[in-house]
Every structure is written in structure tokens, then in C-alpha cells.
Write a protein that binds this ligand. Structure first.
Ligand SMILES: Cc1cc2nc3c(=O)[nH]c(=O)nc-3n(C[C@H](O)[C@H](O)[C@H](O)COP(=O)(O)OP(=O)(O)OC[C@H]3O[C@@H](n4cnc5c(N)ncnc54)[C@H](O)[C@@H]3O)c2cc1C
Length: 382
């Protein structure tokens, strides 16, 4: 049986020094923003904030300087993400582009694609959506049916994507389409494309989530044209690329910090001398948080070393999303405060917001059951 491996180490001094710089910037940029707004975390979409962060050089921190990056370490990037999440910064307008679209282009894109898109992402001017899921293909992503058929100078696309977060607010999506049907080999014949979401033949329809807000969409392609030079990587190599992309998507601190604002507010709420039950509950949550952080940091170190920690990233996401889902329930039980949505105290509304959104934490980016399947395969158990 294989094993997974997490290495515990502290952060290098330059990463901790960078943390102070980021804190000063965020304090100034966010001011005394209410806890319920901070609780939106990387779901908060604010292009102006992203442009400010870009102006500091803090988007694409690890990317090559020739594309506008800073060539800094993955550990410094980790510190930046931690601080953005802990402060509840509205980082959603650049989050996907920085986390996965840019790294995908760095790995598989053409030089003209990199030159065209990466500097604009770095400046915080471009938002990307992820066009993977379809009405009949979520966990079983290889079963997608949206077709891209070769035409003069490119491809004509027909089909539907679903749950496409921020498609209505983004300029581009990186989408997975079927370019060939290979009988009995559904992982073959898939290709990735950079899609201009304003192109003719693309309709974006809102899907209202269970919290009543419009974050994701249905994206319908009806004879939409995608030029040849917008294909990412080789035709038919989409499956290998998309699984690499999912590894970027699953390994970060956003997979255990989604409820952090509620934990911070609870610590404020119980004060400096909490009762025994509050102290034990908060102590347990903080101990879990510290352990998860070490595991997640270990994944960042493996990425820095050029390794491919898919198994470890799946473990962090599975345990991390269970943790961030547990926080609202545990705090509700501890304090007996009612979760509220529109009226009520800031604390009640922060609790209400997270209660409503927590179910999605273990769905987005791959469900718990699917991750456990990946972990079992990585350990040689299936
Ligand atoms: C907030 C949010 C944002 C999202 N944003 C995007 C986005 O931007 N772009 C995008 O492409 N998608 C996005 N998604 C979609 C997400 O990736 C899918 O919901 C997810 O992959 C599950 O697919 P599904 O909804 O079709 O469920 P299904 O695959 O139908 O799964 C239903 C249930 O069956 C279980 N199941 C399925 N297969 C197995 C198996 N082999 N073994 C055991 N159990 C299994 C699942 O765990 C789940 O509990 C988003 C989802 C959410 C909740």
C-alpha cells in the first residue's frame, strides 16, 4: 500500500516578513468592513480590489517576470492567500485566473497566449470562469458532451455548461469540449479552449443558488465559433491538462478557511475569559486549524519542489472542507445564537451566511466522495 506524506516545517523568514507587508496593505484597503461581507471570502467579487492588488504586484506572484510576475516562492504566495482569506478580502475577481487559468497557460499555453493573457491577469484586469461541468456530467467529468467541431480557422461549439461560477462577470472561461468521439474511451478526444464569453452564439443564464444569490450560471453554446489559436495544448490532450488544473484547484488554504470569519467573530464574542465549554470548543477548532494549515503548507512546499502532490491535495480538501463545514454547526450549538439573514446582529448574520453556504464547500472543486475515491486509488486500495 502507498502512503501519503506531509512534512512539518516553519515558513522561511522572507515569507513571514512578506506577511507583515500584506497585512498593512489589507488593513488600509478593507478598513472596517462588516464581518458578514468579510465572510464572503474569495466569493466576494470586486474588480477594483483586484486591480489594487495587481498594482502591488501581488497577482501571479510566482510567475515569470517576463509575463509581469515576481518569480517569488510558492510559500510567499501561500502567505498572501492566507492573509487575503483571514481578512475576508473580496478576491473573487482574480481568484480563478491566478489559481488555475494562468498556471494552466504557463504549462500548456502557446507563447502568444501567455503574452496576451498573463500580463492582464497580473494587472487584475481579467476574470476567468471554469467551464467543466455539464447537465449530465459533474463528478464523471470525462462524460462531457459539448462538441467542438473543426471548421475553417477554428471550431464550432454546441452544448451546455452548468454551475459556471462568475461566467456573467468574467471576460473568459477555460472550457473543456469534446473534439472527437472515441468509442469506449471517454477520456480521449477532449480538448481545452480559451473562450471569449462575449462571443456570438454564447448565452449566459443565471442559476440562483439555495442562498438566493446569483453566483453561478448555465452557459449555452449554439454554433459559437472558437478560433484555432484559442485552443490550449494539443487537440485531444484535454484530460491530462484538466486533471493537472484540478490539482491547482484543490491544494490551497481556501479549502479550509471558508468559515474563518465566524471563528474570529466567535473568539471576539466570548471575550478574553470564555467559559470552559467555549474554551474547549474553540481550542479544539484552533488545534484542527493549525494541523490542517501544516498539511496544506506541506502541499505548497511540494508544489515549490516541482512535485505533483495530487493525493495529498485531495486529503487536504476532504479534511479541510469537512472542517470549514463543521464550524457554523459547532458555533451554533455552542452559543445558541440564531442564524439570521437580513435582520439581526452582525454575528447572527455572519452565522446565517455561513450556514447557508457551507453545504457547497464539499461540492465545489470535486465532491467528498470523489476525493475519497482519488485518495483510495492513490493509496493503492482500488
Ligand atoms: C458553489 C459551486 C460552484 C461551482 N462552480 C463550478 C464552476 O465554476 N465550473 C464548473 O465546471 N463546475 C462548478 N461547480 C460544479 C461542481 O464541480 C459539481 O457540482 C461537482 O463536480 C459534482 O457534480 P454534480 O453536481 O453533477 O453531482 P454528481 O456528479 O451527479 O454527484 C451527485 C452525488 O453522487 C456522488 N457521486 C458521484 N459519483 C460518485 C462516485 N464515482 N463514487 C461515489 N459517489 C459519487 C457525489 O459525491 C454526489 O454526492 C460548482 C459547484 C458548486 C456547488
Amino acid at each position: 500500500m502507498s502512503v501519503f506524506h506531509f512534512e512539518l516545517r516553519s515558513l522561511p523568514p522572507e515569507a513571514e516578513a512578506f506577511r507583515e507587508e500584506v497585512r498593512v496593505f489589507l488593513k488600509e484597503a478593507l478598513g472596517d468592513r462588516a464581518a458578514v461581507r468579510r465572510a464572503r471570502s474569495w466569493g466576494g467579487f470586486d474588480p477594483e480590489f483586484s486591480r489594487k492588488l495587481g498594482a502591488r504586484g501581488w497577482i501571479g506572484l510566482t510567475w515569470p517576470k517576463r509575463y509581469g510576475g515576481q518569480e517569488r516562492s510558492f510559500l510567499e504566495r501561500y502567505v498572501l492567500l492566507e492573509e487575503l482569506l483571514a481578512s475576508g478580502a473580496p478576491a473573487g475577481a482574480h481568484w480563478v485566473a491566478e489559481r488555475q487559468s494562468g498556471p494552466l497557460l504557463l504549462r500548456f499555453g502557446t507563447e502568444p497566449q501567455r503574452e496576451r493573457f498573463l500580463p492582464a491577469i497580473v494587472r487584475g484586469e481579467l476574470s476567468f470562469a471554469i467551464g467543466m461541468s455539464e447537465p449530465d456530467s459533474g463528478s464523471d467529468l470525462a462524460s462531457i458532451r459539448t462538441r467542438a467541431v473543426r471548421a475553417d480557422g477554428g471550431y464550432v461549439v454546441n452544448g451546455t455548461k452548468v454551475w459556471t461560477s462568475n461566467a456573467h462577470r468574467s471576460q473568459y472561461a477555460i472550457a473543456l469540449f469534446r473534439t472527437a468521439v472515441v468509442p469506449d474511451k471517454k477520456h480521449e478526444g477532449l480538448s481545452q479552449f480559451l473562450v471569449d464569453l462575449k462571443s456570438p452564439g454564447i448565452t449566459i443564464r443565471p442559476i440562483i443558488n439555495l442562498a438566493g444569490s446569483h453566483d453561478f450560471n448555465e452557459v449555452i453554446f449554439q454554433d459559437a465559433f472558437v478560433p484555432e489559436d484559442m485552443r490550449v495544448g494539443e487537440e485531444g490532450a484535454g484530460w491530462k491538462q484538466v486533471t493537472t488544473e484540478l490539482a491547482f484547484e484543490r491544494s490551497g488554504p481556501e479549502r479550509y478557511l471558508s468559515s474563518i470569519q465566524l471563528l474570529i467573530e466567535t473568539i471576539r464574542e466570548v471575550g478574553k475569559e470564555p467559559g470552559e465549554r467555549a474554551a474547549v470548543t474553540i481550542g479544539r477548532l484552533v488545534a484542527h486549524l493549525a494541523t490542517l494549515r501544516q498539511m496544506s503548507l506541506s502541499v505548497a512546499r511540494m508544489l515549490q519542489a516541482g512535485q505533483n502532490p495530487n493525493l495529498e491535495a485531495a486529503v487536504v480538501k476532504d479534511v479541510g472542507t469537512s472542517f470549514e463545514q463543521e464550524i457554523p454547526e459547532t458555533i451554533h450549538a455552542l452559543l445558541g445564537v440564531e442564524p439570521r439573514l437580513s435582520s439581526g446582529s452582525p454575528f447572527e448574520r455572519t452565522l446565517g451566511f455561513l450556514m447557508e453556504h457551507a453545504p457547497s464547500f464539499s461540492l465545489r472543486g470535486g465532491t467528498r466522495e470523489v476525493l475519497r475515491g482519488i485518495i483510495a486509488r492513490g493509496l493503492g486500495l482500488r
